[in-house]
Design a protein around this ligand. Sequence first.
Ligand code: GTR
Length: 407
Amino acid sequence: MTDTPESSPAVLGLPDPAGLNEFEALPPEQWAGHRRILLELFREHIYGQPPAVEPTITCDLRERVADACEGRATRHQVDIVLGEGALRLGALIFVPNDIASPVPAFAGLNFHGNHTVDPDPRIALPRAWVASNRAETGCDSNTASDASRGLAAARWPVERITGRGYAVATLYAGEIDPDFDDGFANGIHALERDPRGRGSGGTIAAWAWGLSRLREAMATIEGVDPSRIMAIGHSRMGKAALWAAAEDLDFAGAISSGSGCLGAALSRRCRGERIADITTRFPHWFCGRCADYADREHELPIDQHLLLGLIAPRPLYVASADQDHWADPEGEFLACVHATAIYRKLGRSGLGLDPSDDAMPPALPPLNRSVGHDVGYHIRPGHHDITPLDWWHVLNFADRQLKRPGH
Ligand code: GTR
């Protein structure tokens, strides 16, 4: 894609609603104002407002065993309790044993239940609705069962992650908000104070909100460094991870895999999944106004490189797969390229590539080669998934960005 005209910012007409192009460098106090403008635009046009609920949580430790990962990690099962117990979110948290000081960590949502992440029968089954898909969830009754224990273990290489000196935590997204169009009657939406309007947040905003609660729960666990928790997610959970880190500055950064449309991919390229597709199939994911941009991507006042820019100057990693055309891997890469302009204004290097540096826009890196600095990117061969190879690149990136001497 070395010279596709679509990739140039001029042809894409990428918007600059916060007037960032006027600045060579942005002092941190000025960036805060620009950042607020951008965040509000994303709330107003795409994700909606965060759930209008009392944010206070309490943590109820249900299990703590030191024999996870053949004795090399401690597993915690914690119920995150909202209000008087109107909603309980079950968090599954692994922390390496034998650590000298608190470690950095990853927080991510899973698709079908914590029990799918690790086959250990002591891991609680989710109480919430799960999709009826026998291959992935082992059930056809919207109720989780033992049949799906460990089915998503390849996406969560817990031994490898903890073995590299990181804690990792997950939560079943459906406990925050079940993933179907139910008129926002259940999950966290059932607890919302205000009547809902076109600007109210959808399921992605709810999941992002839940990721912040998972971050808070992790911060109560011995051995986790609360200042070094990164949001991570694949696909729809990647969209949620990016939005969570945009909304919540206490995340140390974000990692997305195959997050695609209204995740890391530029909308104006109109490649792969488009806004018309996503708002038709998943009308509950975004705010009411988002569907107005179906087939009108060029009218959006923002584009997804600015979502990535909302994570600046914190570390950001984007992973793509070359067969994942629906997620538009090139669009994900180019969003990183254009987000780099913001990282640079904040004195960081970003991806280290800037489209304005060269006559030609930067080309996708070779397969399996991780590129970048505080913005990292790789594209691997294969399909829409997060694999141990993706995690290997992510862990190497985290080593460079989050590790300190000793940990
Ligand atoms: C697809 C959707 C994508 C992505 C994916 C997933 O059906 O079109 O935007 O979120 O689901 O989550 O696996």
